[in-house]
Design a protein around this ligand. Structure first.
Ligand code: PLP
Length: 415
């Protein structure tokens, strides 16, 4: 038997050091590959609160921010912040527990009820993030006799969630209803089938053809799931999401979404859907059962954001005109903007290095945008993803367009 004395000798530690050295060189090689490939993702440090105007470490003065998912400008909304402070004072910093042990407060139940009401679904379950909601859903709902049919460009968290479940997997071409129908025909022997799609795809800002998907699902007897992270709060007349926008709220069975984008931007995710499903998730969903409750200040902020949206449709509508101003002006200037009317406005550039260089130059002009490249988007489809917020003024948008024109001319993207 090895004694602790033996472990302390140089002989025992030498192989481990060599191993460490080897592991370090493997990692460094991998990092160098990313750097030389031009796909390195740096992190800029913000020294103010989130909003359309921010301070960024290393850049002087006020920077215009065009890359947050702060679609409705609620991340620093005074009422949202105040609600977080009140919840912190009344309910404390956190629960030190998962929900089923001693981690459920009245505010968690209240937020779940409000979210179910907002989405017009029977029940809601909160998670620490939508990544967790996606990781925890499919394994509970689908077994080996079932099938999942997933859009090839679904979010990474959906892909990971599906990997964890034992259902048969069918991947259909991006937003391609013909291919979805082919897969539905091929999966006909399965007990239960679930069609899975992002409502809005975050890299392109394109909206899933939900009406066609629901028609096919009904024809072939499948259920429909949508991830509404980039839709909740502002898509559709009352901001309920793409299902409201496309008139299929009563035909989509399960919705996952986030509290970390339009709904105050703090953190948290959730599933809304039929009561038996939500009850089963509370019993079996691993990220729910084995991870801490949402902290009270986060619950307080999100609850206020949902209350604001339930009280008036005005906030939900506040980002549309600004989005079109940016899209129209950029298109007139000669840029290619992907997607249609969504506040995600990807300025398509193709080359990863160009996207990254242009984003750096934009920051020098006081506009914070980010270049996206492989593996976040396919190779050769690098872009700068601009995101419009209701909190941007028309002047902010015009300043961003001017900076794009100046930078685009420098790099030969526009004339
Ligand atoms: N689904 C989609 C489509 C997303 O864009 C994101 C976030 O980037 C997530 C899920 C994960 O959301 P969260 O940040 O709440 O984990």
């Amino acid at each position: 038997m090895t004694s602790s004395k033996d472990l302390a000798t140089p002989y025992a530690t030498l192989p481990f050091c060599q191993l460490q050295k080897l592991a370090r060189s493997v990692l460094e090689h991998e990092l160098e590959t990313i750097r030389t490939g031009g796909t390195w993702k740096g992190e800029r440090i913000i020294t103010s609160k989130q909003g359309p105007h921010i301070n960024v470490d290393g850049s002087r003065g006020d920077i215009l921010n065009f890359c947050a998912n702060n679609y409705l400008g609620l991340s620093s909304h005074p009422q949202v912040v105040e609600a977080g402070i009140e919840a912190l004072k009344k309910y404390g910093a956190g629960l030190s527990s998962v929900r089923f042990i001693c981690g459920t407060q009245d505010i968690h139940k209240d937020l779940e009820q409000k979210l179910a009401k907002f989405h017009e679904r029977e029940e809601c379950i909160l998670y620490a993030s939508c990544f967790d909601a996606n990781a925890g859903l499919f394994e509970v709902l689908l077994g080996p006799d079932d099938a999942v049919l997933s859009d090839e460009l679904n979010h990474a968290s959906i892909i990971d969630g599906i990997r964890l479940c034992r259902a048969k997997r069918f991947r259909y071409k991006h937003m391609d209803l013909n291919d979805l129908e082919t897969q539905l025909k091929q999966s006909q022997s399965s007990r239960m089938r679930l069609v899975v799609t992002d409502g809005v795809f975050s890299m392109d800002g394109d909206v899933a053809p939900l009406k066609g998907i629901c028609d096919l699902a009904e024809q072939y007897g499948a259920l429909v799931f949508i991830d509404e992270c980039h839709a909740t709060g502002f898509m559709g007349p009352r901001g309920r999401g793409t299902d409201e926008l496309l008139g299929v709220m009563d035909r989509v069975h399960i919705v996952n979404s986030t509290l970390g984008k339009a709904l105050g931007g703090a953190a948290g995710g959730y599933t809304v859907g039929p009561k038996p499903l939500i009850d089963l998730l509370r019993q079996r969903s691993r990220p729910y059962l084995f991870s801490n409750s949402l902290p009270p200040p986060v619950v307080g902020c999100a609850t206020r954001a949902v209350e604001l949206l339930l009280a008036s449709n005005e906030i939900a509508q506040s980002v549309g005109a600004k989005t079109m101003r940016f899209r129209n002006k950029m298109t007139e200037a000669g840029f290619t903007i992907s997607g249609s009317a969504h506040p995600i406005c990807p300025v398509m550039l193709g080359d990863a290095r160009l996207a990254s260089l242009m984003a750096d130059d934009m920051l020098k002009l006081g506009v914070y945008v980010i270049g996206f490249s492989y593996p976040v988007v396919p190779k050769g489809k690098a872009r700068i993803r601009v995101q419009i917020s209701a909190a941007h003024t028309d002047q902010d948008i015009d300043r961003a367009v001017d900076a794009f024109i100046q930078t685009g001319r420098k790099h030969g993207v526009v004339s």
